[in-house]
Write a protein that binds this ligand. Structure first.
Ligand code: UD1
Length: 423
């Protein structure tokens, strides 16, 4: 198992190219199952989660090839005839559940293992299941697998989500493209990745409107055709690297960055004392002074503050002046980075869904352990500004969601390296 060693120090300057969004790509790839013709995704990120989805779709009979060193994925499902998504692959990643809707739409049948993924909460699938049942599917849980069947095909329905689940919106949107009649999803998720999926499905011939709002309407069509679609920018990778100069000083340009993907996050950065300006190629980020200000954060569905940037922001607030309260409203167990930051000298108290961070002067390097994807990167960021050396173990989590993190940070002057270790 590898470790990452970060030595805190001087300012970061230069540019970082932001990749295509992991979470968008993981929803776009299963869309291949909806058509006999090839789907080409450009601007794909090179990540282990993408490999896992590739493996899963191949196990269902899809053919997948890559071009341009993995930045382009060509997916073909003309001979995909297996409706069984096996536990061995699904357990590696919760987003595997995104094959459920497309499989049902294609075969009228799906057997999908309940997923695994980051250990950041219970993450059930009731919203997906209830919605697909409303569309005529009969779904049973047997031996850890969801057995779903829609004899005679799925039918359009009006569905009211009790929570704006990202994955359920994606699953239902995909399933509804080939259902008979009209489906309306109320209280749908509004994340940019949903809009990206809808854009791709429209390119494939689907009739979808309202994506990006909380009510999405899908008119079922007979068939979808092939398409080429560029994956939207990864707003979580963008937000993560926007924080690098906020931690370490200097000025970094994020190529491909867009404020509209992260409005709530950018507003918080302004309150903390970090300037974000738009450039021709993206965004430039620079802190206004060495001393940042405390701020309160509540994670919410888009357009609110993203839960996937909460850990990174908590790490930043560890050295801001004053006390910040972070409230996690999306996942119940998403403060596992807090004890690791405490090992680096942070003053954090966690009570249920709240964390209170009282700023200290400086963090100090320490051996720490990555517990999930976003927690891992928060420890790297913390290490950029800490005194001395921070050694982060279990970095395989990082490979799920950040491509070339060491090279990207070294490119702007960070002292960071990856080493083989036994830990
Ligand atoms: C997606 C993102 C993830 C992000 C999350 C919230 C992908 C691949 N992953 O995950 O990075 O952190 O959105 O922005 O896009 N829930 C239920 N029942 C359900 C479904 C969800 O109770 O049927 C709950 C979950 O337990 C969780 C909350 O709803 O507490 C959010 O889940 P959801 O929006 O579905 O997130 P994911 O699609 O899994």
């Amino acid at each position: 198992m590898d470790s990452i060693i970060v030595t805190g120090g001087g300012p970061l300057n230069g540019e970082i190219l932001i990749a295509g969004a992991k979470n968008a790509c993981l929803a776009l790839m299963p869309a291949t199952l909806l058509s006999e013709e090839p789907l080409t995704l450009t601007n794909a990120p090179r990540l282990s989660d993408i490999k896992t989805m590739t493996e899963l779709l191949q196990s269902l009979g899809a053919e997948i090839s890559t071009l341009d060193e993995g930045r382009v994925l060509v997916l073909s499902s003309h001979s995909a005839d297996n409706p069984l998504a096996h536990y061995d692959i699904v357990r590696k990643m919760r987003a595997s559940n995104l094959v459920l809707g497309p499989l049902l739409a294609r075969h009228g049948k799906a057997v999908v293992s309940l997923p695994g993924g980051c250990a950041i909460g219970a993450r059930p699938m009731d919203i997906h299941v209830t919605a697909l049942e409303a569309m005529g599917a009969v779904i049973e849980l047997k031996d850890g697998y969801l057995h779903a069947e829609a004899k005679g095909g799925l039918k359009g329905a009006v569905i009211d989500f009790h929570f704006a689940s990202v994955g359920a919106t994606e699953n239902v949107m995909m399933a509804a493209t080939l259902a008979k009649g009209t489906t309306v999803i109320n209280n749908a998720a509004r994340e940019p990745e949903i809009v990206d999926l809808a854009d791709c499905l429209r390119r494939m011939g689907a009739q979808i409107s309202g994506d990006g709002t909380s009510s999405i309407t899908i008119e079922g069509v007979e068939r979808l055709h092939g398409a080429t679609h560029p994956v939207v920018t990864d707003r979580i990778e963008l937000g993560t690297y926007m924080l690098a100069p906020a931690f370490a000083g200097g000025e970094v340009e994020l190529i491909g960055g867009r404020i509209d993907l992260l409005q709530a996050f950018v507003e918080k950065l302004d309150q903390i004392g970090v300037d974000v300006t738009e450039t021709k190629r993206g965004l430039k980020v620079k802190r206004r002074s060495d001393k940042l200000k405390a701020v309160d954060i509540v994670t919410e569905p888009f357009p609110g503050f993203p839960t996937d940037l909460q850990a990174q922001m908590m790490a930043l607030l560890c050295t801001a002046k004053g006390t910040s309260v972070l409230e996690e409203k999306i996942f119940e167990n998403r403060f596992m980075h807090a004890p690791e930051l405490v090992r680096m000298g942070a003053n954090i108290e966690v009570h249920g869904g709240h964390a209170t961070v009282t700023g200290v002067d400086k963090l100090k390097g320490a051996p720490v352990m990555a517990t999930d994807l976003r927690a891992s990167v928060s420890l790297i960021l913390a290490g950029l500004a800490a005194e001395g050396e921070t050694v982060i173990s279990r970095v395989y989590h990082l490979d799920r969601g950040y491509e070339h993190v060491v090279a990207k940070l070294r490119g702007v002057g960070a002292q960071i390296k990856r080493v083989k270790s036994n830990g």
